[in-house]
Design a binder for this molecule. Structure first.
Ligand code: HMG
Ligand code: MG
Length: 296
């Protein structure tokens, strides 16, 4: 098992999508460019979704066109359908993520269709992407609980993850959308999904509502996970998951990984400075690690 962990920084997308006031495009561009200078290998830049669904990211074309594409850094974007795919490709996106959930109720609120319909919708997107040489990540939301239906059977998580895998997704990110998971349960879900999809192709995406995200990540790393999603300054939330707080903070994840002797290639001090800046811009709290390092 490798000692390297890849962090997928989702701050500019997941972190910003639920912010209540309109963030200027230049702040979004600056955030991505500053993050790319910290050694982060993958930065999810924005979403090409419908503007009424996520008004905050309605400037996706503008943001994507204006970022500085640093060599060695990948900039995937979220797309919900072929229309989103075409928009993303028109501005040069080379990597995408499609998304669905293991819970019917959440899918209806989030993307206005059933799980089965979402699978029909993302299949042609993944097919087009593969034909174009575009790498596709697939997200499964609500893997540890749903804001509307509560418990989500692991069998549903497996079924949806397998569907994404069979459709051709290179990587599958398992999301605790509302941050209700605890370590043993998180690990059990990973181990169960890893029976049919190699753990090297799985990622974890934990929101930190109950302060469990780091513990959950640690448990999943012990189960072989080497790709971790996180958000600078712990920004984040999903408008279709009320009460859920941000993603786990990237600064806290990097600090933990360094302590475990796992390399992620990120300059923690530089990252803490970016976190400090964006938290100030948005009037949000700093990450725990950011506060400690910068003595704020
Ligand atoms: P719909 O209303 O059912 O779809 O939305 P529609 O196809 O009937 O389209 C309605 C209108 O939207 C039409 O416009 C379309 O053209 C337009 P009109 O003809 O009425 O003027 N439209 C679009 N416009 C721009 N870009 C597009 C697009 N598609 C349609 N791509 C849809 C269905 C999926 C589009 C909508 O519900 C949507 O965009 N939802 C996105 C929701 C979202 O982004 N949620 C947050 C991301 S998921 C998340 O955060 C979880 C994650 O972090 C993991 C975790 O934490 O678990 C990934
Ligand atoms: Mg999320």
């Amino acid at each position: 098992m490798t000692d390297r962990v890849s962090i997928v920084e989702v701050g500019p997308r997941d972190g910003l999508q639920n912010e209540p006031y309109t963030i200027p495009t230049e702040v979004k561009v600056e955030l991505i460019d500053r993050l790319s200078a910290t050694g982060l290998p993958v930065i999810e830049a924005t979403s090409f979704v419908s503007a009424p669904a996520i008004p905050q990211l309605a400037d996706a074309e503008d943001v994507y066109s204006r970022i500085e594409r640093r060599a060695g850094v990948r900039y995937p974007v979220l797309v919900p359908n072929l229309k989103g795919y075409e928009r993303a490709r028109a501005v040069g996106a080379e990597e995408i993520a499609v998304f669905t959930a293991a819970s019917e109720a959440f899918n209806q609120k989030n993307i206005n269709c059933s799980i089965a319909e979402s699978m029909e919708r993302f299949k042609p997107v993944v097919e087009r992407a593969r034909a174009d040489g575009v790498r596709v990540r697939g997200y499964v939301s609500t893997v540890l609980g749903c804001p509307y239906q509560g418990e989500v059977p692991v069998s549903e998580v497996v079924r949806v993850a397998e569907a994404l895998d069979q459709a051709g997704c290179a990587e599958i990110s398992l999301g605790d959308t509302i941050g209700v998971g605890t370590p043993a349960k998180a690990r059990a879900v990973i181990e169960t999904v890893a029976k049919s999809i190699p753990v090297e192709r799985l990622a974890v995406h934990f929101h930190d509502t109950y302060g469990q995200a780091l513990a959950n990540i640690h448990a999943c790393i012990e189960a072989g996970i080497r790709t971790v999603d996180s958000s600078v300054a712990g920004l984040g939330g999903c408008p279709y998951a009320r009460g859920a707080t941000g993603n786990v903070a990237t600064e806290d994840v990097v600090y933990m990984l360094q302590g475990l002797g796992l390399d992620c290639g990120v300059d923690l001090k530089a990252l803490a400075q970016v976190g400090d800046w964006i938290a100030g811009e948005l009037g949000r709290p700093r990450s725990r690690t950011g506060q400690a390092i910068l003595k704020r």
